[in-house]
Ligand binder design. Sequence first.
Ligand SMILES: Cc1cc2nc3c(=O)[nH]c(=O)nc-3n(C[C@H](O)[C@H](O)[C@H](O)COP(=O)(O)O)c2cc1C
Length: 238
Amino acid sequence: MKILAINGSPHGRDGNTEQLLQPFLKGADSAGAEVEVVYLKEKRINHCTGCFTCWFRTPGVRVYEDDMRELLHKQADVIVLATPLYAFTVTGLMKDFMDRLVPINQPQLIKRGDGFGHPGRHHEGQAIKEVLISSCGSPDRRVFSGLLETFRQSCSCCGIEFAGAILCPAGSLLNMPPAREQIQWYLDACEAAGREITVQAGISPETQAVLERDLIDQDTYITNFNAYIENLLANRPQ
Ligand SMILES: Cc1cc2nc3c(=O)[nH]c(=O)nc-3n(C[C@H](O)[C@H](O)[C@H](O)COP(=O)(O)O)c2cc1C
């Protein structure tokens, strides 16, 4: 089984979202998956211009000579999209990547379940799964609702199975070494999810339930967060 992870954080390998992705991939690797990570911040990806050249003039071929050349040819059984929450959705890096995936589909519309979508140019009929991983600054997980719906709709449109989500509020805790021990149980659940996606049909309900628990109670987070901010502001370089 091949797992392809796309990290769309401008912080890349140093970010909070990477702290969730790494244990997930460790779990997948330990269960025998072949794992590859692409860091979008290290790639050059132009904005989609909406010209539809890749559908009508040169079907399936991107319009720019940029790093989508290699990315469009990657194949996997499971695609993991890892993005911090930006303005209640994906980052600009991830959005540009998603927009530039237009040529992997064909322009026609087909019925999929009770909705509609585009047939995959090469992947139609293949059993591909997708997992969403995200972190955010708010301690309230309801802020992920738009992001989650975007991924549900996008999978359903492309005939991809949405196999689960790891959505972690209070994400700044993920990269704080003193909090490491306190949140290890959550990172262990990320690792379990990676193992399960490799050897089972998807993330088990037990692991998913752990992944939906808060890292910290909201009031404590807000108090500590604001104290940290006040300290930063008080000690900023003049
Ligand atoms: C431009 C920008 C927009 C953001 N928008 C949100 C948001 O809508 N909701 C939220 O809770 N956090 C928001 N955040 C905070 C990030 O989601 C959070 O810090 C995340 O853990 C960063 O992950 P990373 O280190 O992997 O980049 C935003 C941060 C930035 C820089």
